[in-house]
Write a protein of this length. Sequence first.
Length: 309
Amino acid sequence: MGEREKMGKKDDGLGLGLSLSLGCGTGNQGSWENNPIHKPSQLVQNHTDQKGPWNELFQLPDRNPDTRSFLGGVDVNRLPSMVDCEDENGVSSPNSTVSSISGKRGERSEPNGEENEAERTSCSRGSDEEDGSGCDTSRKKLRLSKEQSLVLEETFKEHNTLNPKQKLALARQLNLSPRQVEVWFQNRRARTKLKQTEVDCEYMKRCCENLTEENRRLQKEVQELRALKLSPQLYMHMNPPTTLTMCPSCERVAVSSSSSTPPSSSTVAAPVGPNRHRVAPHVQRPVPIYPWATLPIHNRPSDVPASRS
DNA sequence: TTATCCGTACCGATTACGTCA
DNA sequence: GATGACGTAATCGGTACGGAT
């Protein structure tokens, strides 16, 4: 149980994926939620479904891998009722069942250990190795049958980790060793994570492209605006420049035009309250008309009205 | 209460085997 | 039949946590 919690902290588990949330400027595609291709933790969430025969079988209160409360009240470090200590081949491990399932390396890979023997024995599942040539001392890789893979896949969809009881039950059901089931789940998690990472990379790549394009567009826009500003003829055709004035005491901004009448009280920004002052014409300070021009994109111009009201 | 050890579970990286083109 | 690519079962070394002392 704590194990699960730990792993959650360690690397986000599978859902992890990359938890970066780029704003990704262009529209909603920057949102994971709106990404039809993938959403982080989606895969994991698929496995957090509380329904299913396994839940009924083991009655686990909480299997959320993210919260690592997957095992709920069941302590994985505690031996399950050890009537089922012996594995499916009837070979009992010299170690505890749990350690035989996934003990330390030295224990679980003891070349001559009984557990190893059990696993070797279990590798002759079915009829495909009955010639006896299969299970010698060398590392013999066995292919899982379609049925076994199917069951494992289905179980993985239910939840991507197993507690010892589940592992044992599944191992029995499939006529595999618990260790094999465990390894299969580990490898399966690794594959899922790898796939997720690939999807994340693709997404990031598209985000990057979009941002580059947006940046290019904005640079161009800036250039155009600069050209517009520097062009003397344009000034001829432009209306008199509008300036903003700021109250020196309250620093509120008012809009005024040099060709129009002096700012009336209605143009003075929110001189509300006893400490607010009308803008005296002789202390008006010009302020750039587009003060947000230097602000980051996301801060303008929606911020401006707020500062002027 | 803190430190240390042990057992356990998991991970990433790698190896090695089986299958297929 | 030999071979390389690929998928994946299995192994290795490491980390982190909980419980016991």
